[in-house]
Design a protein around this ligand. Structure first.
Ligand SMILES: Nc1nc2c(ncn2[C@@H]2O[C@H](COP(=O)(O)OP(=O)(O)OP(=O)(O)O)[C@@H](O)[C@H]2O)c(=O)[nH]1
Ligand SMILES: [Mg+2]
Length: 216
């Protein structure tokens, strides 16, 4: 697949420790289950180009540690995120109860227009503690897209990223989101930028470090 893309979106994966964030990222990138996953130290990073709504979007994904002791480090990565996967484990009531805190952090520290998708992971397991209905209600009340899936079987893993990217793109198309705005978490790809003239070029020159820096 060529490296050309129309847009670059900064994504976060957040949620309590052990809910399966790293396994979700791994399945999305490698298309297989990460059988030896251990707690993330700080943050991990992955990227992938996807095709959505006729455009190529490069997703630059920051997988954050859920453990409390890394909270101050991970929070510094929130700024300027365009999208987030907010993950809980359907077999852990505690991980569901913690969602409100994660959501507050995301809305406060990332872009105010961040598109958040709620992911109930480990759908393959039988010992469920959180019903689909209650999570669905929580999602509705908090204006979130909602999916249940499994990083083990791969069910709905790609869909979560695609739905989030698609929602961001539709907001760009309807002018609800402005990629030129600082901190939007969105950049144009090189070809899109050159075809849009000098204003985009200028923005790219001033925000080159966005690609690697948590301070974007
Ligand atoms: N059955 C099942 N187990 C899963 C699934 N996803 C992850 N796991 C297991 O859950 C455990 C934690 O997964 P991780 O991806 O490391 O969790 P995390 O959210 O990244 O945890 P932190 O990095 O500490 O925040 C591992 O033992 C995984 O094998 C899933 O969909 N189904
Ligand atoms: Mg992890």
């Amino acid at each position: 697949m060529s490296e050309h893309y129309d847009f670059l979106f900064k994504f976060l994966i957040i949620g309590s420790a052990g809910v399966g964030k790293s396994c979700i990222l791994h399945h999305f990138i490698e298309n297989k289950f990460k059988s030896d996953s251990s707690h993330t130290i700080g943050v991990e990073f992955g990227s992938k180009i996807v095709q959505v709504r006729g455009k190529r979007a490069k997703l630059q994904i920051w997988d954050t540690a859920g453990q409390e002791r890394f909270r101050s480090v991970t929070r510094s990565y929130y700024r300027g995120a365009a999208g987030a996967l907010l993950v809980y484990d359907i077999t852990s009531r505690d991980s569901f109860n913690a969602l409100t805190d994660w959501l507050t952090d995301a809305r406060t520290l990332a872009s105010p227009n961040i598109v958040i998708i709620l992911v109930g992971n480990k759908k393959d397991l039988e010992d469920r503690e959180v019903t689909f209905m209650e999570a669905s209600k929580f999602a509705q009340e908090n204006d979130l897209i909602f999916l249940e899936g499994s990083a083990l079987t791969g069910e709905h893993i790609e869909d979560t990223f695609l739905q989030c990217a698609s929602s961001i793109l539709s907001k760009i198309e309807s002018s609800e989101l402005d990629p030129d705005k600082m901190g939007s978490g969105i950049q144009y790809g090189a070809e899109s930028a050159s075809s849009r003239g000098t204003s985009i070029q200028r923005r790219n020159n001033t925000s080159r470090s966005d690609t690697n820096c948590p301070c974007s």
